[in-house]
Design a protein around this ligand. Structure first.
Ligand SMILES: NC(=O)c1ccc[n+]([C@@H]2O[C@H](COP(=O)([O-])OP(=O)(O)OC[C@H]3O[C@@H](n4cnc5c(N)ncnc54)[C@H](OP(=O)(O)O)[C@@H]3O)[C@@H](O)[C@H]2O)c1
Length: 266
């Protein structure tokens, strides 16, 4: 197949949190571009297998792997299994994530900060460390971090989540500069509100109407869809973005979003 039809042919991607929402759309999109895709999930095996089946139905290659990104041992086991099943990973989309409990700084204890840092920052960094030898050895290696536009506004009730995302963004930009010589690109996408389960919970918790009701108030007449994020991720992983690294792309229709505050745990 040509580069245009299959821009990611020959590549092996790991999408954390690939079973639902943004990660699901990313997994489907990368597979459609020709990549073999490891679909990571935490709890919902049926959702992950549905993504795998969808990819297989289109003639693609995918396998589901259970591991919580904050569980170092489970992640190490997953990486070993992926190497055996699909080969070395040369494209990581660090997407898995949960929201914080929505408490103000005055009422947020250290455990909550640590919980969010483990999922959004420390777990992904441990995963990246373990993948770097393979990313460096590949003709091209990519790390794409799914952050959030919330980092720019830091709304009340979101400190634990916003801090963890901001910390990961800083680490990712640092990594981008460190790894230029090895050919590894590191980029960040920062969505505003996205129509996913998490997005639906954020909207409900903020007292706003449903996501569907918000469409008319958002840029281009709709809240972002997971596919909007997946398209940008696929571009960043493609040869069209060969000369891009250390970049952060906001995907929020130009923003600003309606501030979404309370964020219950999934
Ligand atoms: N939705 C938004 O409005 C929005 C806005 C900006 C940024 N984001 C970011 O986009 C990313 C995806 O969010 P989403 O809206 O797609 O969320 P979602 O609909 O709640 O889906 C979350 C996905 O991540 C997985 N996951 C959650 N915790 C995990 C863990 N500890 N280890 C491994 N997998 C885990 C889930 O798997 P299980 O089902 O098995 O638990 C699921 O596949 C997150 O990083 C989020 O912070 C979302």
């Amino acid at each position: 197949m040509s580069d245009i039809a299959a821009p990611l042919a020959g590549r092996t991607a790991l999408v954390t949190g690939g079973s639902r929402g943004v990660g699901r759309a990313v997994a489907l999109r990368l597979a459609a571009g020709g990549a073999a895709v490891a679909v990571n999930y935490r709890r919902d095996a049926a959702a992950a297998e549905e993504v795998v089946a969808g990819i297989a139905a289109e003639g693609g290659t995918a396998v589901a792997y259970r591991a919580s990104v904050d569980d170092t041992d489970a992640v190490a086991t997953m990486v070993q299994r992926i190497r055996v099943d699909l080969g070395p990973i040369d494209l990581l989309v660090s997407n898995a994530g949960t929201a914080s409990r929505g408490t103000p700084v005055a009422d947020t204890d250290e455990q909550e900060y640590l919980r969010l840092l483990r999922v959004h920052t420390l777990g992904p960094l441990a995963l990246i460390r373990s993948l770097l030898p393979d990313l460096r050895a590949a003709p091209r290696g990519d790390v794409i971090v799914v952050s959030s536009a919330i980092v720019d506004t830091a709304p009340g009730g979101g400190a634990a989540y916003s801090m963890a995302k901001a910390a990961m963004e800083t680490a990712a930009r640092t990594l981008a500069y460190e790894e230029r010589a090895s050919g590894v690109r590191v980029n960040i996408v920062a969505p505003g509100l996205v129509a996913t389960d998490m997005g639906e919970r954020l909207v409900a918790a903020s007292g706003a109407p449903t996501l569907a009701d918000l469409d008319a108030r958002y840029p281009f007449g709709r809240v972002a869809r997971p596919e909007d994020i997946a398209g940008v991720v696929a571009f960043l992983a493609s040869s069209a973005a060969d000369y891009l690294t250390a970049q952060r792309i906001r995907i929020d229709g130009g923003g600003p979003d309606i501030p979404i505050v309370a964020v219950p745990e999934s």
